[in-house]
Design a protein around this ligand. Sequence first.
Ligand SMILES: [Zn+2]
Length: 440
Amino acid sequence: MILLKNPVIITMDGGRSILRGRSILIDGDKIARIAEESVIRKSFGLRRCKVIDCRGRVVIPGLINSHTHVAMSFFKGLGHADWQHIYELMFPIERQLTGKDVYQLARLGILEMIKGGTTCFADHYYFIRDIAAAAEEFGMRAVLGHTLMDIKGPHRGPKEFAQAMSFAEDYAGNGLITPCLAPHATETVSPRYLKKIIETAQKKNALIHMHVAQTESEYNYIRKTYGCTPVKYLLDSGAFQGKFLGAHCIYLTRADVRILAKNNVSVAFTPSSEIVFEKLPPIKDMQECGVNIALGTDCVGTADLMSPLHEMKKAFYAIVQEYGPRYPVQPMQMLEMFTINAAKALGLDDRIGSIEENKLADLVILNTSDPAFTPIHDIAANTVLCAHDGMIEHVIINGKIMLADHKLAAVDEDEVMRSAVNCSNSLINKLPRKYAHLKQ
Ligand SMILES: [Zn+2]
C-alpha cells in the first residue's frame, strides 16, 4: 500500500472537486480511499505502508496523451513547419524503419512522456508490437493501434493487417495495453479496406483511432471523390457506430460538428501541430455542440515536446487568440482535456481520468515550491498555466511508483537516450546528400 499524505488533490471528478486535508491510499492497482489520514489509519492499519509526505504538493490524475506517434522522436528539431521535410526527410526514414528502431525510438519518447506526467498515451504507428514492448518496459499504460493504409504510405498491404490483428488478439485483456484499430486517414485508406477495418473493430468492440479532416488536401480529395465531407463519408461508412476517436478534425462544417456530437465521436485536439501546419479545429462550434474534446501532443516533427503541461498552455492561448479574450475558456478545461475527456475518448473513463475511490491509481505529484508556481490563488489555473515538467516529482501508474524523486524506476535513462541517439544517427546517415549537414 502507498499513502499520499496531505496533498492538495485536483480530482477532476464530476464536481471538479479540489480537496485539502485529505490523503490518498493506494492498495494494489487502485485508489482504495480518499479521506483524512486519521480515518484511513483507523480503517486500514497501514503497517508496511509506504508513506509519501505530500505537503506542499499537488496531486493530479495521470495525464493522458490522446494522440501521438511516440517513435517519431528521431525527428526532434527538424520539422519547423516545412512540408518539404516531411516528404524528403521523414518519409524516406520511415520507409527504412525496422521494429528494432521503433522500439529504441519509442523508449526515448516514453521516457520524455513519463517525466512529463503522462501515464497513458494513444499511439498510431507502424511496428506497434515494438511500441507495446517499450511501454510495458516502462510500466506505461497505452492504447495502441497498428497504422493501416492501402493508398500511399511506407508500410501497407495484407501483412500489415495481419500484424494489426495478431497484435489485437495477443493484447486483448492486457492490464496496461489496450489494442485499438488505427486506419490512417480518409484519403489513404480505400473504402473497401475501411469497411473491413470497421467491421473488425465492431466485432472486437475496439476503438477506432483515425486521422480525420486533417488537411485541406484530404478534405478536397474526399469532396471530389465521394461528393461529401470526410466526416459525412465516415458516417455513411458506418465508422461512428462503435467507439471512434478522430485526430485533428480541422476541416469541419457546422453539420459535421453536429454529426460528431450526435454520434459520440471524440476529437483529439493537438494544438502544436495544428498551429504549425494547418489551423485550429472549430473548437467553439465543438464546445457549443457538446463534442468531447481531448488533448494530445501529436508527434515530434510538428510538436517537438511531448509534454502535456506545455501543450495545455499552447491550447489555452491558441483558443484565446482564435476567439478573443471574451470567449469563456477556462484553464481548468485544458486539464479536463488531458485527463477525464481523454479517458472518455479512449473508452477508459470508468477506470482512469480522475482521482476517485476504486479507480486505477494513475497519479502525478507536483512539488509546488517553485517560483513559477508562486503565489497560489487558483491552484487549477496555476497547474495549467504555470506548472512545468521540472516540478513533477513522482508518477504512479497502475498503483506502481514509476517515477520517484524525478528518477525513472524501471529503466536506465542514460542507456535509453544513448540507444535512441545511436539509432537516430544511423537513420540520418542513410539520407541523401542534401542532408549531409545532419550526418554524424
Ligand atoms: Zn497523427
